[in-house]
Write a protein that binds this ligand. Structure first.
Ligand SMILES: Cc1cc2nc3c(=O)[nH]c(=O)nc-3n(C[C@H](O)[C@H](O)[C@H](O)COP(=O)(O)OP(=O)(O)OC[C@H]3O[C@@H](n4cnc5c(N)ncnc54)[C@H](O)[C@@H]3O)c2cc1C
Length: 342
């Protein structure tokens, strides 16, 4: 645990793999910038790997004022122990007040290890991060300018705001796609610090012999049109309707968790709290009730069309265009009409 340091920077773990920055770190820099500006402190990015110095400039373009580069051949591949150790050392050296990580497989593994080593708190899977005060009635005291770590709790039935007033740095993970990626400013420059590292082979208990990476089957985040199906579609065979409409519109097929659990489509297509967060120009929800966990991943879409035979379905609360009826009648007609126009 480090001291409470209101002058400390706001840090982002800038995840990279194979010399390529992951989107999540860039998305987080946008929010870190907002938090840093509110607190009147600098934003720092922590970049770890081997031969990765060249990535630092890009992090400045996305909002970092300082980039801490931890470069060493022993850090070429992500490993929990080695990465946690160098971050732990860096936190003790610079005493940041906030550190945020992506809720990626790597961030989810690393952040708790750092939190445990440094005896700080950690809130996982935040959907929002703000700065605010906390009044402790018991102590008769107000804690100013804390990180408000906001996330759904109790199965998404409540939105909890979690604070950490004495176990700093205040740390959180955020799911990919939740924060909007900032527009880079190619003229923006920052300070780059090549950090000295004390790490040795014994800090690496795992020997990596070979890496096998499997990319996602679909990039829902980058799709301008998402056509998503739910349990109401009825079967894997009938899910062909969702694929047909997505193909006719040049979009990507998405799904609810229920549709995924029923085996209608692969998990990479899941939209929502535990799937991907999307903000396409057009989102078409077919046979989807609109549970809060699903809405968490799609309600920021620019235009939403919902097709459901239940006029009281909650999806209609967020839809711009509401079609009440049987999807088996409506979707083929839509596909036919679209094909007739092109
Ligand atoms: C911790 C947690 C995390 C979760 N994460 C996610 C997540 O990331 N994403 C997600 O989607 N869910 C998630 N869920 C699950 C979520 O709570 C819902 O169970 C799920 O979204 C429901 O999916 P659905 O709308 O496909 O199914 P249902 O709720 O069963 O809805 C089916 C809909 O289809 C309609 N329908 C049926 N037949 C027809 C027809 N012929 N024509 C037109 N409409 C028809 C029905 O009226 C109904 O509204 C999560 C749950 C928990 C507890």
């Amino acid at each position: 645990m480090i001291s409470v340091n209101p002058k400390g920077e706001v840090w982002v773990f800038a995840e990279q793999h194979g010399g390529k920055l992951e989107d999540i770190g860039l998305e987080l820099l946008g929010r870190a910038r907002m938090l840093g500006d509110k607190l009147g402190v600098k934003v720092g990015a922590v970049l770890i790997g081997d031969q990765i110095k060249g990535l630092a400039e890009k992090l400045c373009q996305y909002g970092a004022d300082s980039v801490y580069v931890l470069e060493n051949p022993l850090l070429e591949h992500y490993q929990t122990n080695s990465y946690a150790k160098v971050i732990d050392d860096l936190i003790h050296k610079y005493q940041p007040q906030i550190m945020i990580y992506g809720a990626s497989p790597c961030g989810r593994d690393l952040a708790p290890r750092v939190a445990s080593a440094i005896k700080a708190g950690l809130t996982a899977d935040c959907t929002d991060l703000q700065i605010g005060d906390h009044e402790s009635k018991a102590e008769g005291k107000t804690y100013k300018n804390l990180l408000l770590q906001i996330r759904p709790a109790f199965g998404g039935n409540i939105i909890a705001t979690i604070i950490n007033y004495d176990r700093w740095p205040q740390m959180a993970t955020v799911r990919e796609g939740v924060m909007q990626m900032p527009i880079p400013d190619v003229k923006r420059k920052g300070q780059i610090f090549a950090e000295k590292i004390t790490i040795q082979q014994s800090d690496l208990p795992v020997e990596i012999i070979r890496e096998h990476k499997q990319g996602k089957k679909v990039n829902l985040k980058a799709s301008r049109i998402v056509v998503a199906g739910g349990a109401g579609v009825g079967s894997k065979e009938n899910f062909r309707l969702v694929w047909d409409l997505a193909n006719a519109l040049g979009g990507s097929p998405g799904a609810t968790r229920a549709a995924v659990d029923l085996g209608f489509i692969d998990r990479d297509h899941q939209v929502g709290q535990t799937g991907t967060t999307v903000r396409p120009s057009l989102y078409i929800a077919i046979g989807i009730s609109g549970a809060i966990q699903h809405q968490a991943g799609m309600s920021d879409s620019q235009k939403i069309i919902a097709i459901n035979n239940d006029p009281t379905a909650p999806i209609f609360d967020v839809a711009h265009y509401k079609i009440v009826g049987d999807l088996n009648d409506i979707v083929p007609k839509m596909v036919k009409a679209i094909k007739a126009r092109v």
